[in-house]
Design a protein around this ligand. Structure first.
Ligand SMILES: [Zn+2]
Length: 189
């Protein structure tokens, strides 16, 4: 399902309720790439909204399989994740991705996220995974939260292989300071 959230922001929601965002800020940016099990629908529906080959940057809030699934559609894009998340991947691919098949497929060059990218502020929010980030689109007050925080003020799980449960509270407290108008979560929960 496609939802247009702002004139320059679209959301694809898969059958497992995982989200992928397309933001056009002059640079074309994808935030999370959905679940590969939704690929057909992703291509058919999202492909009408965004020309995959023209995307400049793909930013992963973290590297779980349901956030990276369609990474390889963006043939000309640079792919980004936090340095911490990349380290987890280097340490144990299957553990970081939580899916053997995707771990096998996801052999890509990842660039470590700078503190700001395409006009978005990168907020380090360890907890759901040690390397999870949120992204702040200040101009429109949109907070992209990955699996750290969902729309109904629900927190992401912190009992997964690369979780950092002791760090989630500080991360949520950090997010409280952002007066967001739109919370753009990693899943429609
Ligand atoms: Zn996750």
């Amino acid at each position: 399902m496609i939802t247009r959230i702002l004139p320059n922001l679209w959301r694809f929601t898969g059958t497992d309720k995982s989200n992928s965002y397309y933001l056009d800020v002059g640079e074309k940016v994808i935030i999370d790439a959905g679940n590969r099990s939704d690929r057909q629908e992703y291509v058919a529906l999202f492909g009408k909204v965004v020309d995959f080959g023209s995307v400049h940057k793909v930013i992963f809030t973290h590297l779980h399989y349901d956030h990276i699934g369609n990474f390889d559609l963006f043939k000309n894009a640079k792919l980004f994740a936090s340095a911490e998340e990349i380290a987890e991947l280097d340490n144990n691919r299957a553990k970081a991705i939580m899916d053997e098949n995707m771990a096998e497929k996801f052999k890509v060059k990842l660039y470590p996220l700078p503190s700001e990218i395409a006009g978005l502020e990168v907020i380090k929010t360890p907890g759901h995974t040690r390397g999870s980030v949120c992204l702040w689109y200040k101009q429109e007050k949109v907070l992209f939260t990955g699996d750290t925080l969902f729309g109904k003020k629900m927190l992401g799980r912190t009992d997964l292989p690369t979780s950092a449960p002791g760090m989630i509270n500080a991360s949520i407290l950090k997010l409280v300071e952002y007066n967001y108008k739109i919370l753009a979560g990693g899943h429609e929960y």
